[in-house]
Design a protein around this ligand. Sequence first.
Ligand code: PLP
Length: 350
Amino acid sequence: MISVTPSKNSRLNTTDFNNLPFGMVFSDHMLVCKFKNNSWGPVQIMEYGDFSISPAAQVFHYGQSVFEGMKAFKNSSNDILFFRRDENLKRLNQSAKRMAIPEITSEIFYDGLNTLLKLDSEWCKSDPGFSIYIRPFIFASEPCIKASSSNEYTFMIILSPTKTYYSDPIHLIIEQEYSRSASGGVGFAKAAGNYGASFFPTNLAKKKGFTQVIWTDSKNHNLIEESGTMNIWFVIDNVLVTPKLSDTILGGITRDSVILISKDLGLTVQERDITVDEILEASKKGILSEAFGTGTAVSVLPISSITFKEDKVTFSNLETITLKLKDRLLSIQKGIALDSFGWTDKLTIN
Ligand SMILES: Cc1ncc(COP(=O)(O)O)c(C=O)c1O
């Protein structure tokens, strides 16, 4: 049973939907559910806003926190289409397990999402390019500064309307000093600290004029892993190649979708180790035609250049496999193309 306290002051009419900086605009409501005495308590949906929390809450001191990033779209009949949300629940709970956080039940997750999205459905526009970004997260909320896992947690969901703009070209640099993750660590989880630790090296790269770094293995910095909040792909000799998953790489749901879409389109996909040397070599031979990133926020994003020391590989990004994959993915997500994979989950609004 979900208790709903509707907002009395909707911000819908004062929100400029033509100007939505990513991750900075939030819908009218949020979901909150607390874990205490070994179980998740009642689910509450209330007006989006600040809340109070103890300064001793363990999340501030030991970083026990995980999150998800997922999207829903509105089709032309005004229904909300969740995209592969079962995969987000699975990954949220994998991340939670690794961070010693109690798993969320599917009932709380699905019923919570349905109720929240019904209430805030107007925040998801059906016009081309619009979607609603959904951010579920769990953090340790017990007021206790002993270095141990918490006995209390808070699960929340907030919603942020988004519009995909034509994005600026992205220029990446292959990281040679810092690491995002190491074997045996938490790289495969959406643990908050993974992101916090990535900002310093990313800011160094930005100061040099790059958009993001490409993470490499922590031992030799020669195996390509991923970039920012994207999995990475290359087209070598007309074959799509992406690093095979390991405990140092986040298994993207967009990555998995692009693998399946590519195979369906008759393209060859290889999930395998890719070294920096191989990329440079393929570029010199003229067989490296495209590179792109995949992720919920960016969808399928062409990469304009990759720099490694003195070498710079550039891509023209015209009429590419990348754009074909992006179109196919978006049209499934929006309910325009037939969803033969059964990825969309419809919530009827009217
Ligand atoms: C580190 C990292 N890699 C890859 C991805 C792409 O994952 P997904 O396609 O599920 O959004 C994300 C975004 O969630 C990420 O944070």
